[in-house]
Every structure is written in C-alpha cells, then in structure tokens.
Design a protein around this ligand. Structure first.
Ligand SMILES: Nc1ncnc2c1ncn2[C@@H]1O[C@H](COP(=O)(O)OP(=O)(O)O)[C@@H](O)[C@H]1O
Ligand SMILES: [Mg+2]
Length: 190
C-alpha cells in the first residue's frame, strides 16, 4: 500500500501533480475539493452546505469532511494505495486519517509539501479563476483561503515533521522537474 498526502497552499499544484502520480503509480486519487464541487454541481444537500463554506473561503467542519473521506476510502476496491489531495487540512483531520488508516492496517508513507511563494500562488489562482470560472478563485476569496491556510493548515507541516513523514518539494519551476522531485520523494518512502 502506498498512501501519499499531497500538501500545499491553494494553487500550489496539488491537483496537477496528483494526476501524474496516479498515472505513474496506479493508485487512487481523493480530492476533497473535487468531491465537494461534484456535490454542488449535482445539487445535493451536502453540496448546498459545502457551497456556503467554499464561497466564503472557509473550511468545512472536520466531522463532515472526515465522514466523506471515510466513505470514499471504503468505495475503493483492490486499491494499491491512495493519494490524498486537499485532505488533511487541519490537525484533527490528520489525526483522523492516521486512525482511519491504522484501522485498515495501513499508514501514510509520505507527506509532500509543495512549497510555492505567495505572489506566485495569487497569480496562478487568479489565472485559474479567469480560465475555469471556479467560483472561489477570485481575489477576495483567494485572500481568505490563504489566511485560512496559514492559520489552520500550515501547522500540519510541523505535525508531519514530527511523524517523520515530511518531504519538502520546491513547487516552482519546470513542471517536469517538480514531478521528478515528487517521484524521488515517493520512491524513497515506498
Ligand atoms: N479537507 C477539507 N476540510 C475542509 N474543507 C475542505 C477540505 N477540502 C476542501 N474543502 C473545501 O473546498 C474548498 C476547495 O478545496 P480545493 O479544491 O482542495 O482547493 P485548492 O486546490 O485550491 O487548495 C476549500 O477552500 C474548502 O472550503
Ligand atoms: Mg486542488
């Protein structure tokens, strides 16, 4: 089993690198953001709840997102492993993930921290907002998301360092170089 946490601020390239990891290692991908956007698109109750938080640039309550994660995990059959993208985003979520995997006789192999300077994040997200029309990629909401990232999510860096699972990845430069660094860190953790 290969369980990877792909971590980083909004706009750090988690989704892009996840696609490449999935292609190379044949593991499943869970993007909590993608799951929530699908719920919104389908107009479900969960989607309605999620929209309220996402439009404000806030995180969903831990219990809610942990439940979603557990059921997605259970839906994978004969899985070779999972890349967790957009989860965990709080210490409570990291603790829940550890417990959830332990109950299945598994653990996280590595946490990849895609490190990107703030001005570059801003540029990428504004561009994504213009191109894809993602509702939370507007300047005001991006600023809120970055604040939430610093206060609630960035503490996970020390949490994973303490677990000896942390790998720093320079998240700017050529896409191919970043992917090569990502794969090197994964292969070292296998
Ligand atoms: N693990 C999570 N905990 C709480 N809220 C989440 C989580 N994952 C996604 N969300 C909600 O969905 C939004 C979009 O998530 P995502 O697409 O992962 O953003 P990005 O890729 O820009 O970091 C977040 O701003 C948040 O409101
Ligand atoms: Mg993403």
């Amino acid at each position: 089993m290969l369980n990877i946490v792909i971590f980083g601020a909004p706009g750090s390239g988690k989704g892009t690198q996840s696609e490449r990891i999935v292609a190379k290692y044949g593991i499943n991908h869970i993007s909590t953001g993608d799951v929530l956007r699908a719920e919104i698109k389908n107009g479900t109750e969960l989607g309605k709840t999620a929209k309220g938080y996402i439009d404000q640039g806030q995180l969903l309550p831990d219990e809610l997102i942990i439940d979603i994660l557990a059921s997605t995990l259970d839906s994978f059959k004969d899985s070779k492993g999972v890349i967790f993208d957009g989860f965990p985003r709080t210490i409570a979520q990291a603790e829940a993930l550890k417990k959830m995997l332990a109950e299945r006789g598994q653990s996280v192999n590595v946490m990849l921290d895609l490190d990107v300077p703030e001005d570059e994040l801003m540029k990428r997200l504004i561009k994504r907002g213009q191109e894809s029309g993602r509702a939370d990629d507007n300047e005001e909401t991006i600023k809120k998301r970055l604040t939430v990232y610093h206060s609630q999510t960035a503490p996970l860096i020390d949490w994973y360092k303490n677990e000896k699972l942390y790998a720093h990845i320079k998240g700017i430069g050529e896409l191919e170089t970043i992917t090569a660094d990502v794969c090197k860190a994964i292969d070292a953790a296998k």
